[in-house]
Design a protein around this ligand. Sequence first.
Ligand code: IDP
Ligand code: MG
Length: 148
Amino acid sequence: MEKSLVLIKPDAVQRGLAGEIISRLERKGLKIVAMRMLRMDEAMARRHYAIHEGKAFFDDLVRFIVSGPIIAIVFQGRHAVDAVRQMAGATDPARAQTGTIRGDLGMDIGHNLIHGSDSLENASDEIDLFFTAEDILSYDRETDRWIY
Ligand code: IDP
Ligand code: MG
């Protein structure tokens, strides 16, 4: 089953929205298979956001993501990558649709609460940056037969 890397960003942790965001993704039917709280260092931040290196917002983005604790989570489920992206909403919370995490809870593109992998390939690389293979749990939920 597909896996996606989610980061509950420093703004969401500071605002006490971690539970709300995790709850939304859980209620959708996505399964948590790994989770850890950490503060990223600059080297890790630069690696995670390497595709944005050279862009005008890159330095601000790195500064923001290391500015406080985050929660890294691997969510598993059918089409997990797309499901998380749909629920996160557009990058700019001011333009994100109501009903999405960013649309409902955010105001500013630099403080958009959540990261979600944008492809299966990137998900795999991103998960490897935060977790070892042993960190990823494989388990059945009784409710899965009511979700699928
Ligand atoms: P995504 O998080 O929706 O995938 P990306 O384009 O991959 O968006 O950008 C990564 C992150 O960089 C965004 O989540 C946002 O925090 C930040 N970002 C993107 N574009 C801008 C911008 O124009 N100004 C400031 N920050 C930006
Ligand atoms: Mg992205």
